[in-house]
Design a protein around this ligand. Sequence first.
Ligand code: SAH
Length: 268
Amino acid sequence: MSKTNKSHGRLAIRPTLRARELMTNTPDIVGVWKAKVITLFPESFPGVLDRSLTGKALQDGLWQLETIQLRGYGIGKHKDVDHPPAGGGAGMVLKPDVVGAALADARRATPVDPKAWPVVYMSPRGKPLTQAMAQEFSQAQGMTILCGRFEGVDERVLEEYNVQEVSLGDFVLTGGEIAAQAVIDATVRLLPNVLGNADSTVDESHSNGLLEHPQYTKPAEWQGRKIPEVLLSGHHGNVDKWRRGMAEKLTKERRPDMWKAYQARKDT
Ligand code: SAH
């Protein structure tokens, strides 16, 4: 069943198609960043990625999404994908022959160099996702993301395919799908022309080593609370100074780790 779920050559991309249809049926568009997602639940894609700016960008062909149904590589009449852990213990582990076959298919026609095409397993054991990682992913031609379920995947398949483990944070999800959507979202919004205002990725939290300053918009007064005077002054120099000051203050208070790194960089 998986094989029908994968891209198979259609020649033109029709912008009128809904994102969900685009996801399963488009041929590769050369030079367009692509996410290949291996999952037991392809129907959970594009999920939230089909909304707003990422959704519009998908429709406009600024990025591509392909889901690979892991179940399709399942073994035997029941298409088994998992088995109890060697050595005993709770739960089930995704089988290396099943996951390996899906990764082999995903690798077809993609570069083997992990810089050009990272292969990532969403995992609570992984390196925590950062803006710098999203930057790197956005500079690749695309990436393959493996979504785990149950107790995870057989270790050997991670070694064999040189898979990097990436975590959404120090907590445990039921599956990798939500995490994969987070990675794709963070990456896609850095691709050229996806955000309306390219500047917004320069100044935002985690791009310049600082958290972002507070934001305000109309009405000028709400529940007795006023927008800080300087933001209404029209004096750009003062606005910039205020924002920088607030960004520094927030970073210092909330993220001593970032503040330390920021100061160390400033001193060199
Ligand atoms: N037994 C594993 C957890 C498995 S959770 C362990 O203790 O490390 C099931 C799947 O959810 C994982 O295979 C992974 O793909 C996904 N997942 C869970 N937590 C995650 C996190 N913090 N970041 C990214 N993926 C996560």
